[in-house]
Design a protein around this ligand. Structure first.
Ligand SMILES: NC(=O)c1ccc[n+]([C@@H]2O[C@H](COP(=O)([O-])OP(=O)(O)OC[C@H]3O[C@@H](n4cnc5c(N)ncnc54)[C@H](OP(=O)(O)O)[C@@H]3O)[C@@H](O)[C@H]2O)c1
Length: 256
């Protein structure tokens, strides 16, 4: 399949790095022909002479431009193939209004971890997407991480839980490291300990059969140190604080 990218910045580059391991042929078109050629050389893909040339030749289009560029870039193009959009806040309905209501449309929401091909990517489609196309779309998103198919109404929640949460998880790691520094460790050592422990705990939950509660119970011995710390975390409201921050993120996304 020929996959055409319009706009190749940070996120599209991460996706192309995943797709480069597949047998798909990739063509790109950036903000100018000079930029397209430069990026194509860097990523070892082909550059199209224009957006329209790319649209004429690609079997599937992936839009890697910013949401505010959609009107300007899409209006004059004559699409005839399925389109995949990763733009935050651009609904399938709006995408159809800017392209065509008859085309198969796929909306995805990758996250920052696409950089290491470990994105948790949300995916939804309009009713023009066939089972076969859905399989291809998921193969594409699986090439740079894990795909979660969900209803479009849940996209804002997904964006908070997967799109924004890397920042919240990084804040938790930073807080653990700061606590280590407060108690005499160097920042570098404290950060290594915190990062590796978060990584291994997530892997343990993901690969093993324990629920988070099972794991908590295993670490908390009766009358021990961990249960004392855990009670203190909940006294200061960790669960409430996390849920409140996710609610705030969702509310903000709905206002965009
Ligand atoms: N970054 C994330 O973590 C993330 C997460 C989820 C979703 N997304 C979505 O991914 C999309 C891209 O975000 P990004 O972070 O990758 O942004 P980005 O790095 O700024 O990439 C946008 C690209 O669009 C290019 N561009 C500008 N005008 C263009 C035009 N007229 N025709 C073609 N290309 C044009 C820019 O080229 P120049 O550099 O030459 O100006 C740039 O390479 C957005 O819709 C965003 O909502 C991003």
């Amino acid at each position: 399949m020929i996959i055409g990218f319009i706009g190749v910045g940070k996120m599209a580059t991460a996706i192309i790095n995943g797709l480069n391991k597949s047998s798909h042929r990739i063509i790109i078109s950036g903000s100018s022909l000079a930029r397209s050629r430069q990026i194509a050389e860097e990523l070892e893909v082909e550059a199209a002479a224009s957006h329209q040339e790319l649209v004429e030749n690609a079997d599937l289009i992936i839009l890697g431009i910013k949401p505010q560029m959609f009107d300007k870039v899409l209006t004059d193009l004559n699409f005839h193939q399925p389109i995949m959009s990763m733009a935050a806040g651009v609904t399938l309905e709006r995408l159809a209004s800017l392209t065509s209501a008859d085309l198969p449309l796929i909306r995805i929401m990758p996250n920052l971890n696409a950089q290491i091909l470990k994105s948790t990517t949300g995916l939804c489609t309009n009713d023009k997407v066939s089972e076969d196309l859905l399989v291809i779309a998921k193969e594409i998103t699986d090439s740079f991480g894990t795909t979660v198919e969900l209803a479009e109404k849940d996209f804002d929640t997904f964006t908070a839980l997967a799109g924004s949460s890397p920042a919240y998880i990084a804040l938790f790691i930073e807080a653990l490291a700061k606590a280590g520094v407060k108690n005499g460790l160097s920042k570098q050592v404290a950060l290594t300990i915190a990062t590796q422990t978060v990584l291994a705990t997530a892997e343990n939950l993901s690969l093993g059969s324990d629920s988070p509660h099972d794991l908590i119970d295993k670490v908390c011995s009766p009358g021990g140190t961990t249960i004392a710390g855990l009670m203190d975390l909940e006294r200061t409201g960790l669960t409430h604080s996390v849920a409140s921050s996710i609610d705030t993120t969702i509310a903000k996304a709905k206002k965009l």
